[in-house]
Ligand binder design. Structure first.
Ligand SMILES: Cc1cc2nc3c(=O)[nH]c(=O)nc-3n(C[C@H](O)[C@H](O)[C@H](O)COP(=O)(O)OP(=O)(O)OC[C@H]3O[C@@H](n4cnc5c(N)ncnc54)[C@H](O)[C@@H]3O)c2cc1C
Length: 415
């Protein structure tokens, strides 16, 4: 009898895993069902460009079910909860979906309501986020009207999706305001709960330097406790205040809310407790997780989800065959960082290796930790790659799940 593999979430991870599994497993061997609450697949890295008029929502959104290969069933319904003891998913329409193997790929949810005042006076008027399609689009209109004053870009707390995205927003805002001839009228500030511009020391030095060169102020170790939209102030838990005329905030993130209603599955934030190398859930052997939904100590990024997908698909096949799992996922992360004026940086790292200078994926390739036009073109091309190679689950020559060491320079890197 065919095994039933149920995949929760038809975003980046759910789609690429479903397509890879469909190719690897005969339809008589496995039935594959993908569940999602909506049918609009947004290419989320494109949200960064929407506020600056460099992308439009209709260009970065496609139907979910059309990204799934033939032979995969799609259920359009929210997940209500999972009963891991009974191997059942309970859907919002009251039906139950039994499974032999479950893949959790329901990503991260934004919880702006967890920060006092964020959704109060001024929300979507002078307080925005570009992390949602609606927010990115509304911010576009607000930025067009913004001719001067204090523009504050702030992160409430980690973890967030794509931790470099708010920095990229600062770099692009600097470019955009200069293009419009109003940069001198704007005091641009980046507010972060971290003690530097970024988590990784070498990258933090480089990115902090770019902020400084562009005249963007850096406010560190600032934990936003309250957003006072009426008064135009971010108020920190330590009593410090950052005034703003326009605030662009990245709200707190948690796991999908149903994870909290599924006993044993998640941690206190609703992320799935997952083995960092096999991607099997810690709770029970027939549940796996990848992407933003997992509680792993790596970035919540599409590249991570992609690299995890290789190992996860191999492990589902090994699990079904009763063989030991492959523990080879190394935390590989790869991010283009748009820096404005047609340039971008690239960083590549894993659980044990910081972002280093050099080239990717070998001694000849894209420059690492260095602004270049080539990296900017790489960032732009990534959207094509996303729809046509990453989601369909195609192998990409030269790009492997494991982080490449060739091309990276360790000599002369300060710690
Ligand atoms: C502004 C921004 C910029 C980014 N830039 C980059 C970048 O440059 N590079 C990069 O690598 N990554 C980037 N990312 C991050 C990247 O988009 C995510 O890490 C990636 O999409 C994660 O994939 P996922 O499958 O885990 O989650 P998602 O792709 O978010 O998919 C989760 C799916 O689960 C569904 N779901 C959730 N709850 C339920 C429920 N209860 N019932 C049914 N379905 C449910 C959702 O509808 C969604 O389809 C960016 C993200 C943002 C927001």
């Amino acid at each position: 009898m065919a095994h039933r593999i149920v995949i929760l979430g038809g975003g980046t991870g759910g789609t690429l895993v479903a397509n890879r599994l469909r190719r690897a497993l005969d339809e008589h061997a496995a039935e594959i069902v993908v569940v999602d609450q909506d049918d609009a697949h947004v290419y989320q890295p494109g949200l960064l460009f929407v506020p600056f008029g460099l992308a439009h929502l209709d260009e970065i959104t496609r139907p979910r079910r059309r990204q799934l290969h033939r032979g995969i069933s799609f259920r359009l319904c929210p997940v209500d909860h999972v009963d891991i003891a009974e191997n059942e998913v309970h859907l919002g329409d009251g039906t139950t979906l039994p499974y032999d193997v479950l893949v959790v790929a329901t990503g991260a949810a934004l919880v702006p309501e967890e920060t006092a005042g964020m959704l109060g006076t001024g929300w979507m008027e002078k307080v925005f986020t570009f992390y949602t399609p609606q927010g990115a689009s509304a911010l576009h209109d607000a930025l067009e009207r913004f001719d001067g004053g204090r523009l504050v870009v702030g992160v409430v707390d980690m973890p967030i999706k794509c931790p470099v995205a708010p920095l990229e927003f600062c770099f692009l805002a600097d470019w955009y305001l200069r293009e419009r001839g109003v940069r001198a009228e704007v005091d641009l500030q980046y507010v972060t709960p971290l003690d530097s511009a970024f988590t990784k020391p070498e990258a933090a030095r480089t990115l902090g330097g770019i902020l400084e060169d562009k005249g963007v102020g850096l406010v560190t170790e600032f934990n936003i406790g309250e957003v006072d939209g009426a008064g135009g102030r971010l108020v920190g838990y330590d009593g410090r205040e950052v005034p703003f005329d326009l605030a662009v905030l990245v709200p707190l993130h948690g796991g999908a809310p149903y994870v909290g209603r599924s006993p044993g599955l998640g941690d206190a934030l609703g992320f799935v407790r997952t083995d960092p190398h096999t991607l099997q859930s810690v709770a029970t052997p027939n549940v796996f997780a990848l992407g933003d939904a997992a509680d792993l100590p790596t970035s919540k990024a599409g590249s991570v989800t992609h690299f995890e997908g290789d190992v996860l698909v191999a492990n589902i096949r090994l699990f079904l065959a009763g063989e030991p799992l492959d523990a080879s996922y190394d935390g590989h992360t790869n991010c283009f960082i748009e820096t404005g004026f047609g340039k971008a940086l690239l960083i590549d790292f894993n659980y044990g290796t910081e972002p280093l200078p050099g080239h990717f994926p070998t001694e000849i390739g894209l420059p690492l930790l260095k602004e270049s036009r080539l990296n900017h073109l790489g960032k732009l091309m990534f959207q094509w790659f996303y729809w046509h190679a990453l989601l369909p689950g195609r192998d990409v020559p030269g790009i492997a799940s494991a982080m490449p060491s060739r091309g990276k320079h360790t000599a002369g890197v300060a710690s």
